[in-house]
Structure formats: C-alpha cells, structure tokens
Design a protein around this ligand. Structure first.
Ligand code: SAH
Length: 259
C-alpha cells in the first residue's frame, strides 16, 4: 500500500506498437507496481482489466493538462504511469511532461520537486515497421512528424525537401488525420519534385497488430489515400530496393556485396 508520505513517482512509458510481445520487461514491471495510469483513451484501453490500477483516460489534444494532473497525483505519493504508444520520447508524452515542469508556477514547482521522474523507452512505430519491411532504414535516415498541430506546414515541407536533397530515407509519423486530409498529399507533392518516380514508398499500417498491412509502391503509384492516421510511411533513399519480398537500403553507396 502506498502512503501519502512515500515518494511519488511519475514513470513515462512506451507501450510499443501494439503487440504485447513488443512491450519491454522494464515497462511490464512498471505497470505491475503502479497505482495510477494516465493516457489517451486507446492507450488506457490497453491496460483495462488490470484491477490494481486506477485509469485516467483523456483526449489527444490534452497532453499538458494530462501531464499536470499526473504530476499532482505523483506529488501525493502515488506511483503514476504516463502512457504513450511506441516510444514516449517520439512525438509523445515525455516532452509534454518536461514542458509542464519547465513552465510550472512556483507553488507547483514546490509540490512537484519531490516527484521522481523516469522515462522508459518503447519500440517506436518506425522501428517496428522497418523490421517488418526488411531494412529500409539501414543507412542514414530522418524522422518527420507530418502533423501541423504544433508547427507550420511550411516547416514540414522544407524539411522533406532538404531531407530528399540530402538523400536521407525518411519515416513519416502522423501522415494525415480527419482534420488534415491534405497533409500527406502535400508531402507527396514535395517528394515528386525532388525524387525520381521509381523511389520506393512503404505504407505500414497497424504494425504488429492483427490487422497489419504493408504496401510498397514506387513514388509514381503512391497516392494520398494510402496513408491514414494509423499508418507509418517510410520513403527510401535513392538506393533503397527490393530483394524478394523485402525492402532494404544498402549500408553504403556504390559498394557491392562480395560473393
Ligand atoms: N510515440 C509513438 C508515435 C505517436 S504519433 C511511437 O513512438 O510510435 C502517432 C503516429 O505513430 C501514427 O499517426 C502513426 O503514424 C504512428 N504509429 C503508431 N503506432 C503505429 C502502428 N502500430 N503502426 C503504424 N503506425 C503507427
């Protein structure tokens, strides 16, 4: 039993891409010893049935409020989990917790300073998708969040353009959503300007879940409706190719494997 005087803890965890086998043992242990869990509804759903936990679900535009509420509870001595899917440091809750800490009011700072904060990694969607496809991220790559909730669309387009010019492979999170149906169309437009039509584009939807789908097409055949909010998109670099059913990016330019 947790007493109000015991040290409160806020553990920010990543649940991986969906399949229970991709949840780390470290996060499993944290779930087993927690008293409370905060998170976006579908992530909280993944812990339903665990009777030792009090669940606090909220909507996905409420990250800062959620972080504040979790810190308040941890300051009362609770063992609090903050859930993200994938990895909590990749477009997820870990940064939101630190933003709230940085801008805390003096009375909150006083309350929260006793809370032990820890971030525990998870398998991010990009790595789970890459492994299912083969090795599309085997050379240099970058990761871009296509959501324009927190940054201007021009910044996103410029990053895609420069990454393509630098011949990075790219992983796109949040390719589009109901409120942003044109998001991925704009990204495709930039790619068509910068890359050859044969460039491989991989659409990995619901990776590691029962309804997983993988779709690999040349840029010329890619279209906006191939990606939705449950899709992770990987754009190959200029050397990314298929070997059998797999997609891979060679480790270097111009070097052939020796027999
Ligand atoms: N923190 C998460 C990412 C949150 S952003 C992580 O590390 O994976 C949400 C986006 O992640 C989705 O729009 C989608 O692009 C991607 N995503 C999350 N889980 C996924 C899965 N199982 N399959 C494919 N994409 C996924």
């Amino acid at each position: 039993m947790t007493h109000a005087s015991s040290q409160g803890r806020l553990t920010v965890v990543g649940l991986g891409p969906g399949n229970a086998e991709l949840l780390t043992q470290q996060v499993r242990n944290s779930i087993a010893s927690a008293t409370d869990a905060f998170g976006y509804f579908p992530y909280i759903e993944r812990l339903s049935g665990l009777e030792h936990l009090t669940l606090h679900a909220s909507d996905n535009r409420e990250e800062l409020e959620r972080a504040r509420a979790a810190l308040h509870l941890a300051a009362q001595g609770k063992q609090v989990l903050m859930l993200s899917s994938g990895d909590p440091g990749v477009f997820a809750m870990a940064s939101a917790v630190f933003e709230v800490l940085e801008y805390a009011a003096p009375d909150e700072q006083l309350l929260w300073q006793a809370v032990h904060i820890e971030v525990q990694p998870g398998i991010t969607a990009m790595l789970a998708a890459a492994a299912r496809l083969g090795a599309p991220l085997g050379h240099d790559f970058c990761t871009i969040n296509l959501s324009d909730n927190l940054k201007p669309a021009e910044v996103i387009e410029r990053r895609i353009c420069l990454a393509a010019q630098a011949d990075f492979a790219m992983a796109f999170y949040n390719p589009c959503s109901k409120s942003r149906p044109q998001g991925f169309e704009r990204a495709l437009k930039v790619l068509r300007q910068e890359c050859e039509p044969e460039r491989l584009i991989c659409f990995a939807r619901n990776v590691s879940r029962p309804d997983e789908t993988l779709n690999v097409v040349p840029l010329a055949a890619a279209s906006a409706e191939m990606a939705d909010m449950r899709t992770l998109v990987i754009v190959g670099n200029s050397l990314t190719r298929k070997v059998g059913p797999h997609v891979y990016t060679p480790r270097s330019y111009g070097v052939q494997a020796r027999g």
